[in-house]
Each structure stands twice: as C-alpha cells, then as structure tokens.
Design a protein. Structure first.
Ligand SMILES: Nc1ncnc2c1ncn2[C@@H]1O[C@H](COP(=O)(O)OP(=O)(O)OP(=O)(O)O)[C@@H](O)[C@H]1O
Ligand SMILES: [Mg+2]
Length: 259
C-alpha cells in the first residue's frame, strides 16, 4: 500500500472573472521511504497539491489517502492526529521570532502535551541531528537562512513524523547551502525511514535527492517516473522545457567559471 495516494484530485478556486483550475484529475502515489519530487513552473499547482496532502487545502473533488485512510472521512480529532505524522517545511522557515532555537523546536511537543523537561531533552537531540547544538540559545534573527531551515527541520522531527512535505524548502538559499540542506533531508530519509515529498521549481533539487518525480503543468500531471528516466528521456513538453532550462543554467555557470 502506498503511504500517500491521490485519487482523481481536482481543486478549483472561485474567482470573480473565471474559476482557477489549480489541479485537474490528479492520480498519484508516493511509496513509503522514498523521496518524491513534484516539479513545475510557477503557478503549476505544486503548493496546492502538497497542501492537499495534509488537507490544509480541501480538494474540490477526489480522495486523499494516507496509509489507505481517506483524510476526507476522518473526524476532526482523527485528522489532527494524522497531521502530526505529516511534517511540513517551507521556503521562509516560519520560525517563532520571539523564541530561541531550543524553544522553537520544543513548540510542537508542548502542543502535543509532552512535559517541558522531556521536550527540552528531545529538542536537544533533534538539534544535534541537524548539527545546530551550539545554537540552542540563539534567536532566529541571529541565524543564517540555512541555519533557520535546520531549525525548521529539527522542529518538524519533534513531531515524530512519517512524512515530511517540503514546499520550496531550499528556494531562498544559495546553491551551496541548498546542497547541505538536501543532504540533511537525504540523511533523515535514510536513517529514520521518513518519506519526503519535495516541491520545487528547480531540476537540480530533483536530480540531487529524488527517487521519482511528478511533473505538473497548469494543474495537470504531465509525467511521473524515475528521476533517471525522466532526465534521460523526458516525454512531456513540460519536463523537456524544465530540463532545457537546467541545461542553460549549467552552461551559464560554466561560462561564468571560465571568465
Ligand atoms: N487561495 C487561492 N485562491 C485563489 N487562487 C489560488 C489560491 N491558491 C492558489 N491559487 C491559484 O492556483 C494556481 C496554482 O497555485 P500554486 O500556488 O499551487 O502554484 P505553485 O506551482 O506552487 O507556484 P509557485 O512555484 O509560484 O509557488 C495559481 O493560478 C494560483 O494563482
Ligand atoms: Mg508554490
């Protein structure tokens, strides 16, 4: 059984002039333990898709199954419990600015009713995993972008998730820092068998960490397959265009290095 299954999912936003079909009839499975990428141009529907996976966005049509359970049929309490198993990290980190690093990581455990002493003990372990033990007392404003994202990842781990959804988690970071965050996600995936869904507009991110990738084009699933195969022989125009863009970026990088 797939850990995440989307069956015929559509999402339409009502707008004054004409409705926006953000997602149209998406069928998609994410297998337990894999790193699954979703790529597409701006406005393709990536964030909407990932927000449907934990029901932050309610689909207009279709079913969302986690471990075979239909999220749309869960009670509020069951949904709250299920959501704890689905962590999320974002482009802009969403840290609490008035709390130090340790207290940020403690936050989800406090909400879940974990005692303060236990939460602090576990938070220190999560900070150790993301390599930020020495910043426990620092405030977010004192951290670099990469460090803030590490705190966000530690905070997500604190909920003991089985799935982590990453919406453009590296888009605000420079290429080198992007590399270190991707490695950290890979390490977490391997060591803790956490399924990771990575939303991105960068082929480089898909190439570096994903096992499989889905290509979204104007709310439609254009293509899904093993990353190696999609890179070698893209079938859809959307995948071809994204790969061309990647090639141009690489060439620009080479030229810049030559100068
Ligand atoms: N709450 C909303 N209300 C109305 N329209 C929305 C809403 N959220 C998204 N949309 C529209 O749905 C479409 C898909 O948006 P979405 O944010 O999912 O794209 P995306 O692929 O994540 O883009 P980006 O790469 O820029 O983040 C867009 O046309 C967007 O304007
Ligand atoms: Mg988005």
């Amino acid at each position: 059984m797939s850990i995440i299954e989307l069956k015929n999912v559509s999402k339409t936003f009502d707008a004054k002039k004409s409705n926006i079909h953000a997602l149209s009839n998406i069928d998609l499975c994410v297998e337990e333990g894999e790193i699954f990428g979703v790529i597409g141009l701006s406005g393709a529907g990536k964030s909407t898709l990932v927000r449907c996976m934990n029901l932050l966005e309610k689909p207009t049509d279709g079913e969302i199954l986690i471990d075979g359970k239909n999220l749309l049929k869960l009670s509020n309490r069951e949904l709250r419990l299920m959501r704890r198993e689905i962590g999320m990290i974002f482009q802009h980190f969403n840290l609490l600015m008035q709390r130090n690093v340790l207290d940020n990581v403690c936050f989800p455990m406090e909400i879940a009713g974990v005692s303060k002493a236990e939460a602090r003990k576990r938070a220190k372990q999560y900070l150790d995993i993301v390599g930020l033990s020495d910043k426990a007392k620092a405030y977010p404003v004192q951290l670099s972008g990469g460090q803030k994202q590490r705190v966000a990842i530690a905070r997500t781990l604190a909920s003991n998730p089985r799935i982590i959804l990453c919406d453009e988690a590296t888009s605000a970071l420079d290429p080198q820092t992007t590399g270190t965050i991707l490695n950290l996600l890979k390490q977490i995936n391997k060591e803790y068998q956490i399924t990771v869904v990575v939303i991105t507009h960068e082929m480089r991110v898909v190439e570096e960490i994903c096992d499989r990738v889905a290509v979204l084009d104007h709310g439609v699933l254009a293509e899904v397959g093993d990353v190696k195969e999609v890179f070698k022989a893209p079938k859809s125009n959307a995948a071809k265009a994204l790969l061309l863009e990647r090639k141009i970026k690489q060439l620009e990088g080479d030229v810049a290095n030559d100068i």
